[in-house]
Design a protein around this ligand. Structure first.
Ligand code: ADP
Ligand code: ZN
Length: 729
């Protein structure tokens, strides 16, 4: 074991605690205790005790007499050097306190202690004094020679536990301790390797070679939906497993990707361990523990899986790498795609990014030679991409009060007659985004946010999508008191469903959004039912866009293709292109002729043209050229600074103070402060500053200097820094 104690004051250790402190705190190490960098320990902090990690960076000097001792070292493998450097790196890059980053590793406190062994029973050589039918069944069940739990054996034999107790008392069974069960069986890389097409094989060979060779490096698999990206990166996974390494596969919406786990099982004979926020606490703990002990070899997870305590990580795959869900916006703001690349660099292993519509950032990285771009040009086998067309809403408007153009309705009718499925996509939850009074013009607004209340008719409520505020939809206008004159403006998925039912009363229609009662479990079941063909028309938000394979779906209708283009976000066109490509890619996955229809008022917009023509390349080149001209990422750098407070003057005053503290720099510019587009959220007034730097500028140092020179944070003021912002609201 390495001894780092010579770098520390005698018998003391720096410990990173899950707090927004800039440095580890120093603790005394009791005489008989052994700690090393990475040890997970329990330490006193104020009036509490918390779990922390022994670190290896210097702390502020403290009087040794004042040090509090470490209370306990957990019986747990130490957080390794690579993971510690990863925490330091993220902290320096995002300006989040290192303790707050370490906190993301320490998310399963009960797992710091080893999993308990359970008591079990094992057959001995002894025979029972007399045989009964029940006893015979027990012996038969226990014939496999394995250890059983008392209740498990009783259940398997169909007898009461007293029968088991009787046999144990006679020495027919002896008590043994059973080690914790693995969460998943180990994957078998030879279980069922696919026969790849020549294009697929070429990419798979390349990936295998990069894994075998080892060393950091990023490959971007760029291939249309259905081209076999998953099939191909599974070969990289197999190569890493064969090398004895662990693998992490990041997925943007893991809770919904049941189908992914099954596919993995088809290829490797067992499922990967899952990691996401919906895991039951007990399961989280077991996964965490088995990852650090190495019995779990593959994890499929949401972005937070990056902070699992792997010791043998040898490959990270980021599927749908362009997906905005990889950006975490609260507390530590980081983009899991980018941090995966960093993790690979620190660990010296390859990272694979996969997407049908790569982010502009990754495309530029590939074009400039920092990443290798591997192209899968066609859908696998006889599956062909859907035929895509726009519906010009100026020429073919929906009937009065409706939102579906006659052309779209006609195609839905045809699909229904053929026994095939249609998907209507609208990225808006609820019934209507705005409710107003026809008499006085009153609009229902959230009392705590600068946003309209969204009507959810099914629940009979008006809901704020920013803070969760909800109220009963009234009968009369609260402003002028008139009854029955409130009107719903614009559509949400519930309203589209109402129109569908009106048009096709006999069709089986289903609405899929995150509002579905019954949560993720229910959603999974619904998705499986749809895949089996148990619905005719699906109306959904972006939840339906991600990764699902619906064999009978041959028509996709985009209700409002213009929806994402309106805001001032520099990524608006890119995002809309990605989302629409992904949604229309749900059609025709199994060879049937399929159609995608985009309802739009701007059929000539570059995004619509790119989608309809299938010429993504022109769109990418145009977007890349525009970003370059404006010095926007990845050609330049951005950071958002959001100042919020309970009163407007406080927020504005602090933001202006920060602006004044901004040092002059040749390569960095500070814009604002301006009131945020979402000026009020959950009662907090918000102002934004935007820091815009050249590609090579040291934004972090600049922002640190600005925050240090700026006004002291007082009262209700909060300042948050968002490096590489995705949202400008
Ligand atoms: P992508 O990840 O690019 O969307 P997938 O890997 O999901 O593509 O492949 C699309 C479909 O084609 C899946 O049902 C997959 O099982 C099938 N497929 C792709 N490549 C092969 C192959 N070489 N052999 C058998 N089936 C394949
Ligand atoms: Zn609100």
């Amino acid at each position: 074991m390495r001894d780092d104690s010579h770098t520390l004051p005698k018998r003391s250790a720096p410990v990173l605690v899950p707090m927004p402190a800039e440095r580890p705190y120093t603790y005394a190490v009791p005489g008989d205790m052994h700690v090393e960098p990475g040890s997970i320990v329990r330490v006193p902090l104020g009036t509490r005790e918390v779990a922390g990690v022994v670190w290896d960076t210097p702390t502020d000097p403290v009087d040794p007499k004042k040090l509090k001792p470490i209370s306990e070292v957990f019986d747990c493998p130490a957080i390794d050097e690579q993971t510690r450097r990863f925490v330091d790196w993220i902290s320096a890059y995002t300006l989040a306190a290192p303790g707050m980053v370490a906190r993301m590793i320490l998310r399963a406190p009960a797992a710091f202690d080893p999993e308990p062994w359970t008591e079990g029973l094992q057959r001995t050589e002894a025979a029972p004094d007399r045989m009964t039918a029940a006893r015979a069944r027990v012996l038969e069940a226990a014939n496999d020679g394995l250890a059983w739990t008392r209740s498990g054996l009783a259940h398997a034999a169909g007898v009461s536990s007293t029968v088991i107790d009787g046999l144990r008392d006679q020495g027919v069974f002896e008590t043994v301790m059973i080690p914790p069960r693995p969460v998943v069986a180990p994957p078998d890389t030879a279980y069922s390797a696919p026969e790849l097409s020549p294009d697929q094989q070429a990419v798979a060979d390349m990936l295998r070679a990069s894994v075998d060779k080892g060393g950091a490096g990023v490959t971007l698999i760029d291939g249309v939906t259905g081209s076999g990206k998953t099939e191909v990166y599974f070969e990289a996974v197999a190569a890493a497993l064969d090398k004895g390494r662990q693998v992490l596969i990041l997925l943007p919406e893991i809770a919904l990707t049941h189908a992914f786990l099954e596919r993995f099982q088809d290829r490797f004979g067992s499922k990967p361990a899952e990691w996401h926020s919906d895991l039951a606490p007990r399961m989280r703990e077991r996964v965490w523990r088995q990852v650090t002990e190495g019995s779990i070899r593959v994890v499929a997870g949401a972005r937070s899986a990056l902070f699992l305590p792997f010791h043998e990580l040898g490959l990270i795959v980021v599927d749908e790498e362009h997906d905005p869900a990889y950006k975490q916006e609260d507390r530590v703001t980081y983009n899991a795609r980018d941090m995966a690349v960093v993790r690979g660099r620190i660990g010296g292993f390859p990272v694979v990014l996969a997407s049908a519509t790569p982010s502009i950032e990754s495309r530029v990285n590939a074009d400039q030679g920092r990443y290798v771009r591997a192209i899968l040009p066609a859908r696998f086998a006889d599956a062909s991409l859907p035929d895509l067309k726009t519906i010009d809403l100026r020429r073919a408007p929906p009937a009065r009060g409706g939102f579906l153009s006659p052309t779209l309705i006609e195609e839905m009718r045809k699909a229904l007659a053929r026994g095939e499925q249609s998907l209507l996509f609208l990225n808006r939850r609820g019934y209507a985004p705005l409710t107003l009074c026809r008499v006085c013009g009153h609009r229902f607004q959230c009392p705590h946010c600068s946003s309209w209340l969204v009507e959810h008719r099914f629940r009979g409520q008006l809901v704020c999508h920013h803070c969760g505020h909800h109220e009963k939809r009234p009968e009369a206008c609260p402003e002028c008191g008139t009854f029955d004159h409130l009107v719903a403006c614009g559509p949400g998925v519930e309203r589209i469903a109402e129109e569908v039912v009106g048009q096709f009363p006999d069709a089986r229609a289903i609405v899929l959004s995150s509002d579905l009662l019954g949560g993720v479990k229910r959603l999974r079941l619904e998705l499986e039912a749809i895949a089996k063909g148990e619905a005719d028309i699906v109306i959904g938000t972006q939840l339906v866009a991600k990764g699902h394979n619906f064999p009978k779906m041959t028509l996709v209708g985009i209700v409002d293709a213009d929806l994402g283009l309106a805001n001032g976000d520099p990524r608006a066109a890119e995002r809309t292109f990605q989302l629409l490509s992904q949604v229309t890619g749900r059609a025709g996955r199994t060879g049937k002729k399929s159609l995608g229809l985009l309802q739009t008022y701007q059929p000539d917009h570059p995004v619509m043209r790119a989608i309809v023509s299938g010429d993504a390349e022109t769109f990418y080149q145009r977007e890349i050229a525009e970003r370059e001209k404006a010095g926007l990422p990845p050609f330049g750098r951005l950071a958002g600074i959001i100042v919020s407070a309970m009163t407007r003057p406080e927020a504005e005053g602090h933001a202006r103070g920060l602006r004044r503290a901004a040092p002059p720099a040749p390569d960095i510019q500070v814009l604002g402060p301006a009131e945020a587009p979402l000026a009020l959220v959950a009662g907090r007034h918000r102002f934004r500053l935007l820091v815009h730097g050249e590609r090579r500028s040291d934004m972090q140092a600049y922002i640190r200097a600005m925050l240090a020179a700026g006004p002291k944070i007082r009262g209700s003021v909060r300042v948050s820094v968002d490096i590489d912002p995705q949202s400008f609201l």
